[in-house]
Design a protein around this ligand. Structure first.
Ligand code: GDP
Ligand code: GDP
Length: 467
């Protein structure tokens, strides 16, 4: 499971600076969902070989009525859901009452917590840090987030317990057992021979498809999940145990096994009418990370919101296969339907590889067809394609439409091979390829998508120069 790192601290200590440093993105998911009291930012970070979700819990100003009231409920929830807490303080400003209030709260939780003294650039770090030992934290790290100083060392320590389990999978003689490779990532990292990789992929394709049903609150996730589970042809197995994470529900349909990742928590409720659990962004992001295919539910009766786009963007960045279900399609008049469709066209261009279904979870209309797209997306994402095929398609694309000139020289594509699956990565070698404009890259991507009939999955193209 991907670890979650929460950044905690009073305003102005440098949380956003560190957040941006870690995620290197401007399109972080800003949570403004109903039920969340403050804006919070969520992002996916990659550092060396670590991947993690980082959450900026927002400034906590613990000065007035005690930290419990000031730290909004959702902020507390974020700390509870995090695997590691980075508690930031300002090395230039020194220790404040707010820091102490936050520390008191953190000490009462049983969470791995790292005290991070930020802004140590241009000051005597050790003497500035000394007073923060009073906060009673086990370990202290000194960084300058703005300068990227100390950040890698800090994260290495914070993430060490979650380091890739692949090493553990190696048997004593250094061999990797194919049966232990349960994800495409593992297979790719294992550097197998072509033959072993083939076998590992074959096994994987026979595994259940992990399908995450996600979406904003009230779009109809639980209704859809119940609809799917309630269908007579579906065999549901019971799985024991509940955690704070999503519930995993194994099921089978038309000889295909699935594991539904239920972010709406329906099986945790005693009956359909019991109050919905609080919507959890972290739970949704973890579900996306852990899924093979994401089924994104959108409410036809609401405008497409920034949150919808953020969730889709997160799924896209994670490289997940995607199927979109526009729900509550029942009882809409034609004019509304047309308007919804044109809005989808206009705003969902960045995930145009995903099939869109118009459904009514309430009445069951269209639900049966979702499986076809889910299977198609999964097959596309895990399909193995030979070097010769990829090179041939590249050649055809180049013949149909020459790459542009760069500084008076023609960019030339030479050959292509696969660099990974789920999402498929295509590596193209050639000269001056790093100078290719984005439009040509998109052209290539679409050409590959059409030629290979790869619906439902993002395709990534990487370039390698060979002069
Ligand atoms: P947040 O409110 O905790 O999210 O804090 P910000 O990330 O917005 O940072 C507050 C201020 O501190 C900004 O003016 C940053 O430029 C500055 N800052 C952040 N990190 C550093 C650092 O490492 N060194 C210095 N000198 N300033 C920093
Ligand atoms: P969740 O928060 O995403 O799990 O949403 P729910 O499944 O709890 O549904 C929220 C509300 O939308 C409930 O009142 C449902 O009855 C209603 N709803 C769900 N699906 C449909 C649908 O297909 N059509 C209509 N008209 N209402 C629906």
């Amino acid at each position: 499971m991907i670890p979650v790192v929460a950044l905690v601290g009073r305003p102005n200590v440098g949380k956003s600076t560190l957040f941006n440093r870690l995620t290197r993105t401007r399109d972080a998911l800003v949570a403004d969902f109903p039920g969340l009291t403050r804006d919070r930012k969520y992002g996916k970070a990659e550092l060396e070989e670590h991947e993690f979700i980082v959450i900026d819990t927002g400034g906590i100003d613990g000065t007035e009525d005690g930290v419990e009231t000031k730290m909004a409920e959702q902020s507390l929830a974020a700390i509870e859901e995090a695997d590691v807490v980075l508690f930031l303080v300002d090395g230039r400003a020194g220790l404040t009452a707010a820091d102490e209030a936050i520390a008191k709260h953190l000490r009462s939780r049983d969470k791995p917590t790292f005290l991070v003294v930020n802004k140590i650039d241009g000051i005597d770090a050790d003497s500035a840090s000394a007073e923060f030992w009073q906060l009673g934290m086990d370990a202290m790290y000194q960084i300058a987030a703005a300068q990227n100083r100390g950040v890698t060392a800090l994260m290495e320590r914070a993430l060490a317990p979650f380091a890739e389990t692949l090493k553990a999978q190696e048997t004593e003689d250094g061999e990797i057992a194919i049966e232990d490779l349960t994800s495409v990532e593992d297979i790719e990292k294992a550097n197998l021979s072509e033959e072993d990789a083939e076998a590992a992929y074959k096994r994987l394709q026979e595994q259940p498809i992990k399908l995450a049903i996600i979406g904003r609150p009230n779009v109809g996730k639980s209704t859809l999940t119940n609809r799917i589970l309630g269908e007579e042809r579906v065999v549901v197995y019971d799985m024991p145990g509940t955690t704070r994470d999503s519930i995993y529900i194994p099921m089978e349909r038309d000889d295909q096994e699935y594991v539904l990742i239920d972010t709406a928590g329906i099986r945790r409720r005693k009956n359909m009418h019991q109050a919905v659990e609080k919507f959890s962004v972290i739970q949704t992001l973890k579900a996306i990370e852990d899924a093979n295919v994401v089924l994104m539910v959108i409410d036809a009766r609401e405008n497409i919101s920034d949150q919808d786009l953020s969730l889709l963007g997160f799924a896209l960045n994670a490289g997940r296969s995607l199927v979109i279900a526009v729900n509550k399609w029942d009882g809409l008049d034609n004019e509304v339907k047309e308007r919804v469709k044109s809005e989808l066209d206009r705003r969902l261009g960045f995930v145009d590889f995903a099939r869109i279904h118009f459904i009514s979870a309430l009445h069951g209309t269209g639900v049966g067809h979702l499986y076809e797209s889910v299977q198609e997306a999964y097959q596309s994402a895990t399909k193995r394609i030979s070097t010769s095929m990829l090179t041939r398609i590249m050649q055809m694309a180049q013949d149909d439409h020459q790459p542009p000139m760069v500084r008076g020289r023609r960019v030339k594509l030479k050959y292509a091979h696969a660099g990974g699956y789920n999402p498929p990565i295509i590596v193209i070698h050639g000269n001056l390829v790093h100078e290719l404009p984005g439009s040509y890259k998109r052209y290539l991507m679409n050409y590959y998508r059409k030629s290979l009939e790869m619906m439902g999955t993002p395709i990534r193209i990487q370039f390698q120069s060979s002069e």
